[in-house]
Design a protein around this ligand. Structure first.
Ligand SMILES: Nc1ncnc2c1ncn2[C@@H]1O[C@H](COP(=O)(O)OP(=O)(O)O)[C@@H](O)[C@H]1O
Ligand SMILES: [Mg+2]
Length: 287
């Protein structure tokens, strides 16, 4: 009990320090390219570097971050609408101190909430502003309406693809849609399951070239993640690979990608509007 009270006190204190909170949506064109594994291990990589990351499962059909972490969340987003519930009540502590909010089937319902309930939900999520450095939304694949709303409202969208041509084509479709609807969103590429850096670079260059030529858009690759059987092993064990196989190729590539990410996230792209801005945009897109 004392521990809990202490934890709550610390959280409130951190939350009132009001550091900028960045909203990052992880998405892809094609399904099964490794978004959830990336979101999870990227979040853990940020934590390793002293950054506070909070992970949000907003995959509607196939929410499975909890399975990847081997936890069974007792609460999900919609419990926030119950009386006297705070955001701290619905957060789960995952492995490696990665805090996690389960979407449940909640995100389809978000669209159907009346204004009053929607405001209540958003107001109750707001203490996360300043508490987290980065909030990572793990979405489903493709251009579902809900995923699109999250992407359009975020500061940054990470598009995950593999080097396979169908995945690349679908990633391009997402980028095109996103850019045409909101050119202000920063888009970054992650090439997952590469056999070597050369393959990753070639894939990223291909996408960047097409985006430049047809959309006049510069996109940078954030980095590559190795194709590594340790990932599948970790999935079977329901443990994040970064924790279970810290020296594996996949873990090393995640760490180097996180380093790159932190280095390239300069003052200039410090989020201006944080969660408030995010919710305002989300509401606008939902309505
Ligand atoms: N870097 C990788 N190396 C090897 N296998 C991977 C890698 N990333 C993902 N996978 C495999 O792909 C499967 C799907 O990954 P997941 O993260 O659930 O994809 P998504 O969230 O995009 O549907 C994993 O269960 C794993 O077997
Ligand atoms: Mg997933």
């Amino acid at each position: 009990m004392r521990d809990q009270a202490e934890q709550l006190r610390q959280r409130i204190q951190q939350s009132t320090q009001k550091r900028p909170t960045k909203l990052v949506t992880v998405t892809s064109g094609k399904g099964g390219v490794g978004k959830s594994n990336f979101s999870l291990n990227f979040g853990l990589g940020l934590i390793e570097r002293g950054h506070k990351a909070v992970l949000f499962d907003v995959d509607l059909g196939l929410a499975n971050l909890d399975v990847l972490m081997g936890i069974s969340p007792k609460k999900h987003l919609f419990h926030l609408l119950e009386p006297d519930t705070t955001v701290w009540d619905i957060m789960e502590m995952g492995p490696g101190h990665l805090e996690f909010i389960a979407g449940g089937s909640g995100f389809t319902q978000i669209m159907q909430l009346d204004d009053e309930k929607l405001d209540l939900l958003f107001n109750r999520l707001e203490p996360l502003q300043g508490y987290a450095d980065t909030i990572i939304f793990d979405t489903g694949a493709g251009l579902s309406k809900e995923s699109l709303h999250f992407m359009l409202s975020s500061d940054e969208v990470i598009v995950v693809t593999t080097p396979e041509p169908p995945a690349i084509t679908d990633a391009y479709a997402v980028i095109k849609m996103l850019h045409s609807r909101n050119p202000a969103v920063r888009i970054r590429l992650v090439i997952n399951r590469v056999v070597n850096e050369r393959e990753g670079k070639m894939t990223a260059d291909k996408l960047a070239m097409v985006a430049k030529r047809f959309l006049n858009l510069e996109i940078q690759a954030l980095g590559f993640v190795s194709d590594d059987s340790h990932v599948t092993k970790a999935v079977k064990q329901q443990r994040p690979f970064l924790l279970t196989y810290p020296q594996s190729h996949a873990s090393r590539s995640i760490r180097s990608l996180v380093g790159q990410y932190l280095q390239s996230s300069t003052q200039s792209d410090t989020p201006a509007n944080g969660l408030k801005g995010f919710f305002a945009k989300l509401k606008h897109f939902i309505r």
